[in-house]
Design a protein around this ligand. Structure first.
Ligand code: AHR
Length: 331
């Protein structure tokens, strides 16, 4: 820990130097980086890739880290194996971006027994009984940084209510992978919207696993069957891209014949908001690397980071959106 603290103080000095116009360089005398095992969900979406890049940039060798990245290909079992490998290797920290909310208790007990701090990012996990606590009320992980997915969903539903008023909506719902916080929160919001708006009809609901290909297939199949709808509630941008492809292939105009509501606000999707193909895009910010770096620095200094950090996120529609805004965003 002390060794790392020195390294981080050095890093802070180098960053300060860099901010003052100097250029940071690695300390040639220092050879022991902070080792972080990062279990990533997969590479299912642009969001996920931006998240991975953010982590790699923040926890880089130049910043004094050795990052061991494990891509679980959207499989929880692979993540549990990766965590056990990290524990076996004796990493300094574990970062977990969990596929689903449940099923982590045993391996988190193992990490705790090994004295390895675990930082959860993006989606939430549940401990036994309470969120993130064991049966004795003890924390199963050190801290969590991520999004409030229910709030994101509520923002989308509020936009639909404000925009469409009493107009009948026939909605196709493209869900993320079942059991993930992003799916659970956004789905709960749409369900609440459906209950509160009797003129909204759920025409179809299926999981596209947050991927473009599956979403394109789902929408293509519905259109081929002659199912008609005027709204697609896509639980991420990549599924919106797939839906747009399928609509266009069927001769329909996204944003005119069918309105698309999406989540993430990747740059590519915001370009589609500008062209009118996506009507509303709720931000889900993937740039957790610097946030994790800050938490590790706090832990190295012996401080206690906040247990839960929710990222502030906005909503994008064509109103007020410009190319400059899109270009200035980090993903
Ligand atoms: O958990 C965040 C979600 O996971 C993003 O909305 C989605 O694009 C990603 O795959």
């Amino acid at each position: 820990m002390k060794k790392h603290l020195i390294m981080l103080l050095l890093l802070a000095a180098l960053l300060l130097l860099s901010a003052c116009g100097g250029s940071p360089s690695a300390d040639p005398e220092y050879t022991a980086p902070i080792v972080v095992g990062f279990s990533q969900v997969g590479a299912e979406s642009d969001w996920r890739n931006a998240n991975t890049r953010s982590m790699q940039t923040a926890l880089s060798a130049a910043n004094g880290f050795r990052l061991i990245l494990d891509d679980a290909q959207q499989k929880k079992e692979r993540q549990i194996t990766a965590l056990r490998n990290f524990i076996h290797q004796g990493v300094d920290y574990i970062v977990l971006a969990p596929t689903t909310e449940d099923g982590w208790d045993t391996v988190l007990y193992e990490a705790r027994a090994a004295g390895i701090p675990v930082i959860i990012i993006d989606r939430m996990i549940y401990g036994e009984g309470q969120i993130g606590l064991d049966e004795n009320g003890e924390p199963l992980f050190t801290c969590w940084i991520g999004s409030d997915f229910r709030t994101q969903g509520d923002k989308a539903v509020r936009w639909m209510e404000d925009t469409f008023g009493d107009e009948p909506l026939h909605i196709v719902h493209l869900q993320g992978n079942y059991g993930s916080s992003a799916q659970i929160g956004r789905t709960a919001s749409l369900d609440a919207g459906l209950a509160a708006n009797p003129h909204w009809t759920l025409v179809a609901r299926d999981s596209g696993d947050f991927t473009q290909a599956k979403a394109q297939e789902i929408i293509g199949t519905l259109l081929a069957r002659g199912v008609s709808f005027n709204v697609i509630f896509a639980e991420n941008d990549n599924m919106a891209y797939g839906a747009i492809e399928a609509l266009k292939a069927a001769g329909l105009t996204p944003g005119v014949d069918v309105h698309i509501i999406s989540f993430d606000a990747n740059q590519r999707a915001l370009e589609m908001v500008l062209t009118g193909e996506i009507s509303c895009n709720v931000e889900c910010n993937p740039l957790h690397g610097p946030r994790v770096l800050e938490v590790i620095m706090q832990l190295e200094r012996g401080e206690t980071p906040p247990r839960y950090t929710y990222v502030e996120e906005g909503v994008f529609t064509i109103d007020g959106l410009t190319q400059d805004i899109i270009d200035s965003r980090g993903y």
